[in-house]
Design a binder for this molecule. Structure first.
Ligand code: NAD
Length: 275
């Protein structure tokens, strides 16, 4: 059955692939992104392939922006059945330069060098807001219409770093842990009104956000990039397509008794102790 599916951050690498895959199943797609041009491009691609999509600007941190996107979705597609909270990401101000603090680091005056003690609360807040508050606010706006309706669900995008934090990115790891925790909380909270809530926990996917951290200009892996491969039992980075089948399953009635799960899609990264 065709559903109305709203995807935030859908102009980005991972969620554009999810939106396109869901469109191929015959669903009506609302492609939302902070960048209108990116959202419209994805919607155009879907429509060119014979699907049905609209591209809209929506800032997941502003209720008014979400409300106006919702009004457009309701008038052009109908009320939302499935919400994918895909907008998210990290910020350099919430990131340390080195994985471990060394005594000499406190004397390091190199421009841009950051220890834990230099982290800017504004950067930490940015990351928590984008990943956690953005998920919460968007759910407040779109899930109201799902109450009591059949076949509705929400899919959050957490990360494998929610299980065990990654070095250097305390804000992003903590914010995604909050997304996983919130997924369980919301699953319980919405359990009596027919809304299922689940999450994906993607491992490492090469995207514009992390490409310069993980690859050199000649395409070879950086030290951190190689470390990730060594820690991934399946020995490769994920491709956006790796997220599709689990997404289709969690958005479909095939998973009608599944709620509150966070599924790692990480080539075994979160299962491996490194030994
Ligand atoms: P991406 O940067 O390609 O996409 C993110 C999109 O979100 C962008 O199009 C951006 O414009 C949009 N966005 C940013 N701020 C927004 C806001 N305030 N309101 C609305 N949209 C906003 O990143 P991606 O790698 O495709 O990531 C998608 C999701 O997957 C994110 O939640 C990310 O944290 C998560 N994730 C990514 C990886 C990875 O390896 N790439 C791993 C685990 C989890």
């Amino acid at each position: 059955m065709s559903k109305v599916i709203v995807v935030t951050g859908a102009g980005g690498v991972l969620c554009s692939a999810l939106a396109k895959a869901l469109a191929k199943q015959g669903h009506k797609m609302a492609v939302l992104d902070l960048k209108l041009e990116a959202a419209e491009k994805v919607a155009d691609d879907i429509n060119a392939e014979g699907g049905f999509a609209i591209g809209l600007m929506a800032n997941v941190l502003e209720k008014a922006s979400l409300e106006s996107a919702k009004a457009e979705v309701n008038s052009k597609l109908g009320s939302c059945d499935i919400l994918i909270n895909g907008a998210g990401g990290n910020h350099p101000l919430g990131t340390t330069s080195n994985p471990h603090l060394l005594e000499d680091d406190l004397e390091n005056t190199t421009e841009g060098f950051k220890t834990f003690f230099d982290l800017d609360p504004e950067g930490i807040k940015f990351v928590f807001n984008l990943n956690f508050i953005g998920t919460l606010l968007t759910t407040q706006i779109f899930a109201k219409d799902m109450v009591g309706k059949k076949g509705c669900s929400i899919l959050n995008i957490s990360s494998m770093n929610a299980f065990t934090p990654l070095t250097k990115i305390p804000a992003y790891s903590g914010a995604k842990a909050a997304v996983s925790n919130f997924t369980q909380w919301l699953a319980v909270h919405f359990s009596k009104v027919g809304i299922r809530v689940n999450a994906l926990a993607p491992g490492f996917f090469l995207t514009d956000q992390n490409r310069t951290l993980l690859t050199n200009s000649d395409g070879s892996l950086t030290k951190r990039g190689q470390q990730i491969i060594d820690q991934t039992p399946m020995g490769r980075y994920g491709e956006p397509e790796d997220l599709i089948s689990t997404t289709l399953y969690l958005c479909d009635d095939a998973s009608s008794f599944v709620t509150g799960v966070v599924i790692p899609i990480d080539g075994g990264f979160s299962a491996y102790s490194g030994v």
